[in-house]
Ligand binder design. Sequence first.
Ligand code: SF4
Length: 407
Amino acid sequence: MDLLNTLVDKGLRRESPTREEALAVLATSDDDLLDVVAAAGKVRRRWFGRRVKLNYLVNLKSGLCPEDCSYCSQRLGSKAGILKYTWLKPEDASKAAAAGVAGGAKRVCLVASGRGPTDRDIDRVSKTIEAIKEQNEDVEVCACLGLLSAGQAERLRAAGADAYNHNLNTSEATYGDITTTHTYADRVDTVQQAQAAGMSACSGLIAGMGESDEDLVDVVFSLRALDPDSVPVNFLIPFEGTPLAKEWNLTPQRALRILAMVRFVCPDVEVRLAGGREVHLRSMQPLALHLANSIFLGDYLTSEGQEGKADLDMIADAGFEVEGAGTTTLPAHRADVAAAEASGSGCGGGSCGPCGDGGAPAAAAAPEAGAGVAPEAAPEAGAGQEARTDLVSVRRRGAGTDLPPNA
Ligand code: SF4
C-alpha cells in the first residue's frame, strides 16, 4: 500500500505525516490491519528496537476530586465504587513504588486526584520523591498532580522529579464536552510549565470517548507540536457511575489503528500503551507491543490491570525485552535535547488527567469515527460494540489497601 510505504519513509526520517495520511490510517480496513501494524512496527523498531519500558503507577490520593472530567471515576459526583483515600505517607508511597521497581519498572508515576496541588502538597510530594530516590537511586519519578501554579514545576524539579504528566486527552474543539471545570488551554499551560522547569513532559490522550477521527488526529498533532517525550495512549474504561459509562466504542482493531497513527505522527517519542489495554485490546495486546514501546506494569489508578507476571510473560512471548535501568529510553537525538533542557542549557525544545487509567485515572488518563479519506472503510463509533463490563474491576489492592500490590 503506497500510504504505508510513505508513512514508513517519513517515520524513519522523523518527518510528520499529513493530517490526511493520519486520517487514512484510522480509515483502513480490518483486512489491512496486519500491514498497518507491520509498517508502524518498522518505525517503532528503528527508534526503540524491541525494548519495552515498564512504568508503575502509585495513586497518592484517590477519589473525591472537585473537577468534573466525564471519563474519570474520581470526578465530582462519581458513583463508581472506587477506593477513596487522602495523601499516602511518603514511606507508604515509597513501599508501593518499590514493588513496581522490583517488578522491573524503571519509572514510577506519582498521581494525585484533584484540580492541582497546593504548595503544601508540593512539600508532601517532594518528601515522597526523596523517600523513593533514597531507596532506588536510578528510578525515574514522574509526578502527575494536576494543573500547576507558578513556581511549582521548579519546586518539583528541584525535589528530584524527572518528569511531569498532564494529558491533553482530546481535541481542543471537543474539550468542553468532556470537562467544564478547566480548559484545554489550562492543560497546555501546565505541560509547558513542566518543560520550562526542565522536566521531561509526558502528555497523551484518551480514545473511546465518542470523539471523531478528526478529533483524534487533532489531539495527536497538537501533542506533536507540544513535543512531549512520552505520549500515553489511554482507551476509555467506561466506569459504571460516570457519565461515559455507556461509551463502549472501541474494538481491538480500532485500538491498534489508533496506536499505529500515534506512532506515525510521533515516530521517535515514547508511545505508552496505558489504561484500558486489557479491556479493549484483550487477546490482541501483544500486537500493540509492535507499536508502543512502553506500558504500565500491573494495576492502574482505580482499576485493576492484568497480573504483573502476565505483563512480563507477554513481553517475552512476543519477542520483546524489558528495558533495563541502564538504557536510555529515548533515541540519542532526543535524549541529548532532554538532558540539555534538564540542565538549563537547552533551547527550549521543540492528567492532572490521571495517567494510566483510561478514563479512570486522575488528571491524565481519559476515544473515534471515520473521516475524509475512504470514509466507507471507517468503523462507526459506538456501532455494535459489546459492553465488556465484566473486564472492568475496581482496584482493591496495593496503595491505600492492606493487600499487596500487583507488580
Ligand atoms: S481527571 Fe483529575 S482533575 Fe479530572 S476529575 Fe479525575 S482526578 Fe479530577
